[in-house]
Design a binder for this molecule. Sequence first.
Ligand code: E4P
Length: 217
Amino acid sequence: MKFFVDTADTAAIKELADLGMVDGVTTNPSLILKSGRDILEVTREICDMVEGPVSAEVVATEAREMIAEGMKLSKIAPNIAIKVPLTWDGLTACKAFASEGLKVNVTLCFSPAQAILAAKAGAAFISPFIGRLDDIHLDGLDLIADIRTIYDNYDFGTEVLAASIRSVNHVIECARIGADIVTAPPQVIKAMANHPLTDKGLDQFLKDWAKTGQKIV
Ligand code: E4P
């Protein structure tokens, strides 16, 4: 399973990348806003830090303008994946980029039907949003499972990039289902290291060690 980090916070990306935890990065307009940085500048910096794909999202809604924006974003670095929304115009732009050999991440996917269209349009990645489906009382993980089954039925090469990950449980369930990639916020990736029994066990070991009066260094 590959880990992408869902952030434009370069310090957070660096911390995880130094530990070998980062196979790619996803950004979106809301994350760029949160970073307070210029999109071209921050995306270039991220591309220099990470070898894998870095998704940068277009903001136009009409195919021709999306293509112009995507071509500009693709010039930032060779590891850019152009992110387009799952609309008819987005699919049109996806096909155009894929025909040029550019990687496309089709985002804002909320149904298996949308995922089929993205694969047919040549997307390198499909981003089904788990948390936002959970928010409206649907099971986002069901969508990941459905897409996995459908893509496997037809050997589609599009990678399932599980997005809108809100919890460690989302990551575990995506791994069980067989999502190719999860893109998670840094705090979710770091929370994967936590377990109350680890804390309790460590506490006991440290108390007992103190009683020995010994030192290692
Ligand atoms: C994916 O590429 C999106 O940037 C992201 O996962 C959205 O997550 P959210 O629903 O928590 O905003």
